[in-house]
Design a protein around this ligand. Structure first.
Ligand code: NAD
Ligand code: DAU
Length: 344
């Protein structure tokens, strides 16, 4: 199914804007309406270079029922990236997470239900909680250990991940009871251009570029399953156009690495000594390991990641932050002050 008029909620954020770029580049017959509240994490600059006849922008909140109604009525499909997304922020103040991630999703799916519009829900692997570290498992090593599948139990750890889990459950219930034409995708950690500098990889790159020591939480043994954001965008497109209504697809690129190894790679690639970082206070409830089994997406929809070499994707990401200082510089001091106040 090819959709001609797509609403991308949260399309001025990191992954949402990458998805809008992906559509403009690869699907010339599709028009995108970005609906975004432009919170601290949203930036109109992320989509400013895209042609106005392909992408329109609406400043607004997905919690606004009247606005959702007006925008969804004219759409063929809605893809919802709009969310509060940072775990550390959710531990300081959960309220915006409850509002946007739960109430906002509820308002948006009600509008889709009313007009019979196709809805795709962007979610996260964090709804499944965490997995044991591979080193703690018998016969540890590459490729060993349990991974998340769409059958895994919901077991979120933080206010952020529990609000995302809640939104997934709303979507599942609306699909079953009201026939909402919905799919859900749960993706692992993304990296790439346009990621706000509070997040792990851009924080460390911009620290080094600013002459600040990178900051590692706790032991650095926590494992994340990294995927380049362009690969996530292609997967979402495949699910939107070829996925089975009512199904959940997990998106991941077999990119498991622990935080210490990622940080040391960044340091080495930016010509810094391997140990030039500070160990700071750990995150409360810090999830140990995420790992995605994406075989359903690969086998049923034929998706494959293009970026299988993390080093290559990381190099492009480092170069992007180096070349776009004007994009992040103004927020750097504010972000680091907030972390410092929190001992991180
Ligand atoms: P982000 O924080 O960079 O962007 C979120 C965007 O949503 C911003 O543009 C913000 O202005 C907008 N927004 C926030 N509240 C809104 C509201 N009430 N109404 C309208 N717009 C609002 O986030 P991201 O990292 O791009 O994540 C996007 C989605 O992908 C989220 O749903 C997140 O849970 C999910 N996800 C993220 C990752 C990751 O690694 N970053 C991985 C898996 C899934
Ligand atoms: O797994 C998908 C999730 O990935 C998304 O749902 C979230 O929106 C996204 O923020 C991300 O969550 P994480 O909590 O894994 O990402 P974050 O960038 O905050 O941290 C990644 C890891 O790095 C985590 O183990 C904490 C650690 N960390 C983070 C920061 C900011 C550090 O060691 N130092 C830091 O300065």
């Amino acid at each position: 199914m090819e959709y001609k008029k797509i609403v991308v909620a949260g399309g001025a954020g990191f992954i949402g804007s990458n998805f809008v770029h992906y559509i403009v580049k690869n699907h010339p017959n599709v028009h995108v309406t970005v609906l975004d509240k432009l919170t601290y994490a949203g930036n109109k600059e992320n989509i400013a270079d895209l042609p106005k006849d392909r992408v329109s922008f609406v400043l607004g909140d997905i919690c606004d029922e009247w606005l959702d109604d007006k925008i969804v009525e004219n759409a063929d499909a809605v893809v919802n990236y709009a969310a509060e997304t940072h775990n550390d922020n959710s531990l300081i103040d959960p309220e915006p997470f409850i509002q946007t991630n739960i109430i906002g999703t509820y308002k948006l799916i009600q509008a889709c239900r009313k007009y019979g519009v196709r809805y795709h829900h962007i979610s996260t692997d964090e709804v499944y909680g965490d997995l044991p570290l591979r080193k703690d498992l018998p016969g540890h090593g590459e490729g060993k250990g349990e991974k998340f599948t769409s059958m895994s139990r919901y077991k979120p750890s933080s206010p952020y991940s529990s609000s995302k889990a809640s939104s997934d459950l709303l979507v599942k219930a609306w699909a079953r009871s009201f026939g909402l034409k919905a799919t859900i995708s749960n993706c692992s950690n993304n990296y790439g251009p346009y990621q706000y500098i509070e997040k792990f990889i851009p924080r460390q790159i911009t620290n080094i570029l600013s002459g600040i020591k990178p900051k590692l939480y706790g032991t650095g043994e926590n494992v994340r399953d990294w995927i380049y954001t362009g690969d996530h965008s292609r997967a979402v497109w495949d699910i939107l156009t070829k996925g089975q209504i009512g199904e959940t697809y997990l998106i991941g690129a077999d990119g498991e690495m622990n935080n210490k190894d990622v940080l040391e790679m960044i340091l080495e690639m930016m010509d810094q000594p391997k140990d030039a970082y500070d160990v700071v206070k750990d995150r409360p409830g810090h999830d140990l390991r995420y790992a995605i089994d994406s075989s359903k997406l690969r086998n049923e929809l034929g998706w494959e990641p293009k970026y299988t070499d993390f080093r290559e994707g990381l190099k492009e990401t480092i170069d992007w932050y180096r070349d776009h200082e004007d994009w992040w510089k103004a927020n750097k001091e504010k972000v680091e002050k907030k972390y410092a106040k929190n001992g991180q």
